[in-house]
Write a protein that binds this ligand. Structure first.
Ligand code: FEO
Length: 179
């Protein structure tokens, strides 16, 4: 049986993952409006990936007999100075999410909640990738230094992203698919 404290903390993470998606939808919209079509596509898939993180937590809470309690989601920013700033802020955001996951892991360990610990292990690994992806793209934008040819190449690269969904969709029962 999952503890009340852990259920509350996992529910807070559901809300945090929803905010991540909300933030990346806003970033995608700004990138699209500014002509960074490939980056907008990349960020749109990132927003969708966050929804699958939500579903993973959602499924886990219900599977352990906990209840879902959704919290309010604040409005994300809507304007950035450049694509570089977008990815720098996405990277900073992912670092914050990593800290949240680390806190959940610390709680799971303190409660000897082995199921939660094993579940959270996936997110610990995932966060390394999330940080690395946004950092690598920010570094590329920095190297391009706002020059047209470099920006175009980065945008082409980001346009090629695909997303493989590896979790069962709790709401629709849709099996794993590539989107
Ligand atoms: Fe859900 Fe981007 O971490």
């Amino acid at each position: 049986m999952i503890s009340k404290k852990m259920t509350t903390a996992l529910n807070a993470q559901v809300t945090a993952e929803l905010y991540s998606s909300y933030l990346y939808v806003s970033m995608s919209a700004w990138l699209q409006a500014e002509g960074h079509q490939g980056a907008a596509h990349w960020m749109s898939l990132q927003a969708r990936e966050e929804i699958y993180h939500v579903i993973k937590f959602y499924n886990f809470i219900l599977d352990r007999g906990g209840q879902i309690r959704l919290g309010p989601i604040e409005a994300p920013p809507a304007k950035w100075k450049s694509a570089l700033e977008v990815f720098e802020q996405a990277h900073a955001h992912e670092q914050k999410v990593t800290a949240l996951i680390d806190s959940l892991m610390t709680l799971a360990k303190s409660e000897s909640d082995h199921a939660s610990e094993i579940f959270l292990q996936w997110f610990v690994t995932e966060q390394t990738e999330e940080e690395a992806n946004t950092l690598a793209t920010a570094q590329k934008y920095k190297l391009a230094a706002g020059q047209g040819a470099g920006l175009f190449m980065i945008d082409q690269e980001l346009a090629a992203r695909t997303l493989t969904v590896l979790v069962k969709d709790a709401l629709t029962g849709v099996p794993p698919t590539a989107v």
